[in-house]
Design a protein. Sequence first.
Length: 597
Amino acid sequence: MSTFADVLHHRTLVADGAIGTMLHAAGNSLDRALPELNLSQPELVSAVHERYVGAGVDLILTNTFGASRLRLGEHGFTEKVTEINRAGVRLARQAATAAGRTMFVGGSVAPAVSASQRPRLPAAERVGAVREQVAALAGAGVDLLVLETFGYLDELVEAVGVAAEVCDLPILAQATFTPDGRTPGGQTPGDVVSALGGLPVAVIGANCTVGPQRMLDIVEQLRRATSLPISAQPNAGLPRRARDRQFEYSVDHDYFARYARRCADAGASIVGGCCGTTPGHLKAVVAAVARRPVRPAQQEAARPPTTERFGRRLAAHKFVVAAEVAPPLGDPVDEVAEIATALRTHGADLVLVPAVRGQPSRHSSASFALRLQQQARVEAIPTITTWDKTIMSLQADLLGAHAFGTRTVVCETGNPLLRGDYPNADGVWEVDSVGLIELLTGLNTGRDCNGLPLAMTTAFLIGARCNPGAENLPAEIARTRSKIAAGAQFLITRPVYEPAGARRMLDELGPHRVPTLLTVSALRGFAEAEYLSYEVPDVTIPRETLAALEAAGAGARETGIRLAMELLREARSLADGVVVVVRDSEEATRLLTAAGR
């Protein structure tokens, strides 16, 4: 049987239309909890699904919009959340199975709270309600999760995060936009894409509120902002109140289908309907986009963009292999871009750009990472340091980097350039790495460094450095905990030369642990190892390693590579990934190959 991802990448899919409209037309008040009909009137819900199946759609959604604890609680059904959601999946699955063709069932998840509840309930309660509903839908066997009609980005980001934690189903994340092209929270389609960047989302889309023509504008803006598949489910125009508290929609089937085709031509991979649409509308849409293949541009878009693969691999608990490439001192960026491209062929999932140290470079880590992404099409993660920068300048740099497409950063306190008789006395730090992490966490929630609301919400994946080789390891572990508490979502170690310190650190982090990548750098000889061991603070090199390098003599470089390869193999059972420090192509090829195995 074809999976949702397989079909999505080969032809345009048609989703169903409104369920609430159909149940409302059957005499049910929109003031009641329509998901409860899964229990009290299952035959009516089944009839709606069957009519959409008969119209030829590929995807039907469960009658679970608003079936969270907080929303159902307004109608007295708090204790029936799991039962109602499971029944919704069962009814949709029965209709899909009876079709005798490839069909998919999407678990419908609305914002956990209504607009009137939102100011009164904290985020923790929203998250808990979404988690309960998603667990019920996933456990009952939906093919994907459809997060729909989200007007506020913080709630949509929360819901995506919860869904990814609970299960590994594809996630279709849909915001809703008003006629002025912004969400009720004031964000543009580009802002929505930015907020979801790096999160494990399979499809980004829009539904509800606007009709077909405005939806086409939104699809075009989404297409310009993302290479992910896009979904579009507009309303059938604006409603008007009829007699007996009924609502009617004026958009006819042909007009609706014509714009569905235009949305598909503009880059939508999924087209369907929302409020006011009926099986008649969707039958016309099916005819309009019948067997429409995905355009070549969309086929490319189906692959995760370079700025999102790292976050996806972490979310999927896949072992990550990265290469660390320092910015050049001169300006041979094209040459380094070729190296970065070659690294991918040897198994590197991404390139980590360390902070610039020593002699000044023409490139900051952020600008160099951006050029690698643009020219070499590799995901590049910059290291951001805080020395000699105010928090306002850091914030400006980060917002600028985000606007140009940077979505993942590694935070360091950093060290200034060494000058004069007392070289370490010149650095100025308004915040350290923990403060930088806190700043990024605030930006991700739409708040600046002063706690004031921003015009947009960022979507940074936040990393931090840790040092398993620190002389005072308990103090380093405590500081690492503070970085995680501040919002660090993954860790990258300093270069390690033995596994014991890393194993102890990860064990002691315990429930606080986040995904951790072990950095491995091959020692090139006894002199380098001795220098690091005796002259560089907080570097631990085993005596056995020093002895082996000294005894190797002229073969010390080969010994260093062999020891690094052994450590890389051990990292498979110890960490969530590795970072290989790249100093030449031959060494990189051998180490990356060992890491990939």
